[in-house]
Write a protein that binds this ligand. Sequence first.
Ligand code: ADP
Ligand code: MG
Length: 230
Amino acid sequence: EAAREILVDAADRGETRLGVEAMDLLSEYGIPTPEGSVVDTPEDAEEVAESIGGDVVMKIVSPDILHKSDIGGVRVGVPDEEVAATYDDLVQRARTYQPDAHILGVQVQEQLDLDEGVETIVGVNRDPQFGPLVLFGLGGIFVEVLEDTTVRVAPLSEREASEMIDDVQAAPLLRGARGRDPVDESAVVDTIGRLSQLATDFPAILELDVNPLVATDDGAAAVDVRLTID
Ligand code: ADP
Ligand code: MG
């Protein structure tokens, strides 16, 4: 099927790390992703931004740049009139920070409202003994500083996936703390289950990170993905 093809094509090209290409893999598994595409000219960037409508997010696309924001490679809230200049600026930055990086272009993506959403992460790591381990947590400091994450062995039952949400100490933030609307927990559980299935179906997937998976009151969307295959 299409998912297998994406992985086989990458392997044929000798690529072991996938970024934005892996977005299609998520779509194949029924995981929602924001609207958008990868372009390689400022003019095409304008065209995509126009079809998305409103402010957009723009990100450098390079197999050699894994942490895009570390080099200033992510811009949020880009209005129409700044899309072309932002394209040039992102490419310029990447060239400055990493002169040897192979730059494929820029991803122009629909901007999600993070005031309404909560950033979560879902990761998969293949353990030689247990197979794929699935990790869930809230994004940002909850992962990096507080280490508030939970892990299960794939494949997961729906019950196990939903228990993962109960496990994290920051769960109240998903459940309407601070006057927010509670997020659609079933959409988060569903996505955890689908990623667990993806990793189970393809032993070539060594590592998979969706960071962030943005959860809102009416769904969950994978905004950024990184994948390592062997
Ligand atoms: P990287 O992890 O490589 O730095 P991301 O694509 O995760 O790049 O973007 C970094 C951050 O920018 C995200 O964690 C999120 O806060 C914000 N962001 C990225 N894409 C979007 C989007 N489509 N809508 C809203 N915020 C976004
Ligand atoms: Mg990210």
